[in-house]
Design a protein around this ligand. Structure first.
Ligand SMILES: [Fe+2]
Length: 488
């Protein structure tokens, strides 16, 4: 078999593993809180075969679904590939047949037309269904107990969009699932599809509208009355794809935009507010309306696209330290005369923001995110698609209280935590996350940590060693045992 390229996307923490397994019992150090009873589903990209092209990147790698089960004080772990059409086609041939990241013109002739999504970004739980998502295609439904793949999911044939985001929003009051797809009718298209599924998972709303230009739309946000669609200038061009080129080029001269649509609105009701040129963002912490009807939209904004491979393709040559960002609030008045966003920095640089699910679309007074410890001596652990892993967890208090921090020792890194609410009133709940520790040039150990979300500086209340090598996770989702039982 062809060897894996020795690039950052395939070495060290990013070295392919490709193992499906079940570990029935994991040793628990400390005590798993009674609130933490459920399954931590994780999406982990891991290529089943060496890529066709050596410039392949981690975002293209086959999706694996990982289940860390924390139930009745015990812990177990399972890992499975999502059996996408692409995975099955490559498995059949025993080699890679799909080409460059999001460019089907580079695929083998005999797999043209085969669904090429890898379902590697977020496990989404809604209405008793578990979906593995990636923004370039439709999700795959997975059995939450066995982790077996049940097939591509189109909401019972109702979905028209060819794509579904990996970042959905669930309203905590109505239970509705809000989501969208971009490039909704094909490659490089500016068409956005905006969808709502009711609390039972029925697709009840799908409206299409045009973005100012075709852009990477990784995440979005809702408020009580609006859906918010950010556009940052990472753009696609069909002719470039046909020539075998990159899907994404970041354009520092193009404006960013925030599209504001009434929650249950349509294309005619979208209003676009202009933002700064050249900026980029992958994840929003949240959004909400203030007492005056203004919309606050909080995002991990950076001055350029954070992915080095996209900057290289764009001819943007910046040192890692020149890539700067901050938790940034854009404020707009949907009924006002101003046509541009007002920008305010509200937190440090970082990513993987988390708020309690109960505050989705509502004002929130605290949140958590990952960042780099500014006092850390030496480089972060190399890994993930950006090249460096985060080494500090923070809790931000928007009421003016002090920031809490949990810095890791050198050689350690955090993956994105999930939040588990507490049953006790006034308790912040818990964060569950995987922590990597580098123990040799190419050796890593991993553990699941459970942290008191209101006192993160105290460190984990429980640690569960994972006796396997793990690749970096993208996103996760916490599903309580009671919901799994009800769905079964
Ligand atoms: Fe994401």
């Amino acid at each position: 078999m062809k060897a894996y390229p020795q690039t950052v996307h395939f070495v060290g923490l990013n070295a392919p593993i490709g193992e499906e397994y079940d570990i029935a019992s994991l040793a628990v150090e400390g005590q798993i809180p009674a609130d933490v009873d459920g399954v931590f589903f994780r999406a982990v990209p891991d290529p089943a075969f060496p890529p066709k092209f050596d410039d392949d990147n981690l975002l293209s790698h086959d999706g694996m679904i990982s289940a860390v089960r924390l139930q009745s004080g015990a812990a177990s772990l399972s890992m499975r590939y999502v059996k996408t059409a692409r995975y099955l086609a490559e498995k059949e041939a025993g080699r890679a047949r799909f080409g460059r990241y999001r460019n089907p013109f580079t695929d083998d002739a005999d797999v043209q037309g085969v669904d090429r999504t890898v379902a590697n970004t977020t496990p989404v739980w809604h209405a008793g269904r578990l979906l593995m998502t990636k923004e370039d295609g439709r999700p795959y439904r997975v059995d939450p107990q066995s982790l077996e793949t049940l097939g591509s999911y189109d909401f019972g044939g109702a979905l028209k969009s060819q794509t579904v985001t990996a970042h959905v929003r669930v309203d905590p009051v109505t239970g509705e699932l809000f989501f969208f797809g971009y490039e909704a009718d094909g490659l490089a298209s500016p068409k956005i599809a905006y969808m709502i599924a009711d609390k039972d998972g029925n697709l009840v709303h799908e409206h299409w509208f045009d973005a100012p230009y075709c852009a990477m739309m990784h995440d979005f946000a809702i408020t009580e009355n609006y859906a918010l669609f950010p556009i940052y200038p990472t753009t696609c061009d069909l002719d470039r794809l046909k020539q075998g080129g990159d899907h994404w080029i970041h354009d520092m001269e193009k404006d960013s935009w925030l599209g504001v649509m009434p929650r249950y609105g349509d294309a005619a009701q979208v209003r676009w507010f202009k933002g700064p040129k050249g900026v980029s963002c992958y994840h929003m912490m949240g959004a909400f309306e203030d007492g005056q009807g203004r919309i606050n939209f909080d995002q991990c904004l950076s001055n350029v696209n954070a992915f080095p491979f996209i900057r290289e393709a764009s001819g943007i040559h910046m040192q890692p330290w020149e890539v700067q960002g901050a938790l940034t609030r854009w404020t707009v008045d949907p009924k006002g005369a101003a046509t541009e966003v007002t920008e305010t920095v509200i937190g440090p640089p970082g990513d993987f923001p988390v708020i309690p699910a109960a505050r989705q679309g509502r004002p929130y007074d605290h949140g958590w995110m990952l960042t780099m410890n500014p006092d850390m001596k030496g480089p972060p652990v190399a890994g993930g698609p950006v090249g460096g892993m985060f080494n500090m967890l923070i809790r931000l208090d928007f009421k003016g209280g002090p920031m809490q921090a949990l810095p890791l020792d050198p050689g350690m890194s955090f993956n994105e935590p999930v939040h588990v609410p507490a049953s006790a009133p006034g308790h912040d709940g818990w964060l569950v996350t995987i922590v990597d520790t580098q123990v040799g040039p190419n050796d890593f150990t991993h553990a699941c940590w459970i942290i008191n979300a209101g006192d993160i500086g105290a460190g984990p209340v429980a640690k569960i060693a994972i006796p396997r090598r793990l690749r970096p996770q993208v996103h996760g989702w916490w599903v309580p045992s009671a919901q799994l039982a009800a769905a079964a």
